[in-house]
Design a protein around this ligand. Sequence first.
Ligand code: NIG
Ligand code: FE
Length: 418
Amino acid sequence: MTKPIWIKHASQLATLASNINGPRTKEAMSDLGIIEDGSMWVEDGIIQAVGSTKDLEKLYSGKLHEAEVVNAAGHLITPGLVDPHTHVVYGGSREQEFEMRLQGATYMDIMNTGGGIHATTRMTREATEGELIEQTTRRLDSFLAHGVTTIEGKSGYGMNVETELKQLRVMKKLQEQHMIDIVPTFMGAHAVPPEYKGREDEFIEYLIREMLPVVAEEKLAEFNDVFCEKGVYTPEQSERILEAGKRFGLIPKIHADEIEPYGGAELAARIGAISAEHLLKASEAGIKAMANSGTIACLLPATALYLREEAAAGRKMIDCGVPVAISTDCNPGSSPTTSMPLVMNLACISMRLTPAESLTAATYNAACAINRQEQVGSLEVGKQADIVLWNVKSYQELQYLFGVNHVKTVWKNGVKVV
Ligand code: NIG
Ligand code: FE
C-alpha cells in the first residue's frame, strides 16, 4: 500500500469543479472553483477529498500522520492539463520547412510539392515500431514536464493500412508503457496520399473498406478525424468519411476552416462532431451553428503563430456561446511544441481569452473534447489524481509570466512523475 498524499496550504487550488455537466460556455468558463489555502487528499491514485486545509485537517484528523505531506504554501495547484489534439506519433522532422516558410513559401505550397504531411508520411512509413516508440516517448516525457497528463493522439502519417495501424498500435503500447494517458484518433484522411492523387474518391473507398473495419475491430481508436480543407477533402467527402466512421462507433472530429473558409464548422455542427479543430477562417454562420449544436471549438493558437497567421476568433466564439478548448496541435510541421502552458498564454495574447477561460479551455473543456470529463480535467472526489503544482501563486500569474515552464511537481494517477 502506498502512503496517502496530503497536499496542503496551496495559495490557490483551481479545482475547475462545477455543477455543470458537459463543456462549459460563456461565464461558466470563468468559474474555476478556486479554494484559497486549499488542500487535497489522494489515495490509490484517486482524489479522496478537496477543500480548505482546515476542513481536511478535521476530516482526516486520525490519519494525518500516515500521509506523505506536501506543503504547497505560495503555490498554485491545478488539474493536470489535457491536450485534446496532437499528432504526436511521427517519424523524422521538418526543420528545413520552417526556413522555407520564413522565406515566403506557404504551408500548402510545401505540401503540394511533396513536403509537409507527405514528407512526414514517408518518414513514418519507413520508421519501425520501435523507432516510433522511442521518438514519441521523448515527446510524452516533455508533455509531462509541461504539466500535461492526458493527450489525444492522431494517426494520419500512414494513409495506408499498414502504417495507420502501426501508428495506432504504437499509441496503444505507449498507453500501457507510459504514465501519460493517450486517447487515440484515427485520421486516415489527413491528406490525399500521392499514390491516389486525383483519385480522392477511390482513396475514400479504400479507407472505408480496408482501414475503418480493422481500426474498429482492434479497438484502436475512439474518434475519426479528417482534414476538411480546399485542396484536401471537400465537406461532402469529409462527411462521407465521418459518417462511415460513425457506423463503426467512431466519434467525428474535423480539422476545419484552417486555411480557407470552407464550411467545416457548419459540417461539424450538422453531423454532431464532438469538436472542430483550428477554425482560423470559420464563418459567422459556422460559429453560430457550433454554438447551437454545442460542438467544442478546439483552438490551436501555437499553430496560427507558427504559420504566421491570425489566430482563431476565440473571444468571439466564447461570447457567442461556443465551448472552447485549446491544444498544442503537436506535430512536426505546423506546431512542433509540447508546451500547453505556452498555448494557454497564447490563447490570452492572441485570442483574448481571459486567464480563467484559458485554464478552463486547457483542462475541463479539453477533457470534454476527448470524452474524458468523468475521469480528468477537474479536481473532484473520485477523479484520477492528475495534479500539477506550479511555481506561481495564482492562475493569473501562470498566464501572465509567459514562455517559461512554471511546473514544479506533477502527479499522474497519484504518482509523482515530475
Ligand atoms: O493540424 N492541418 C493538418 N494537419 C496538421 C499538420 C500536420 C503536419 O503539417 O504535419 C495540423 O496543423
Ligand atoms: Fe492537427
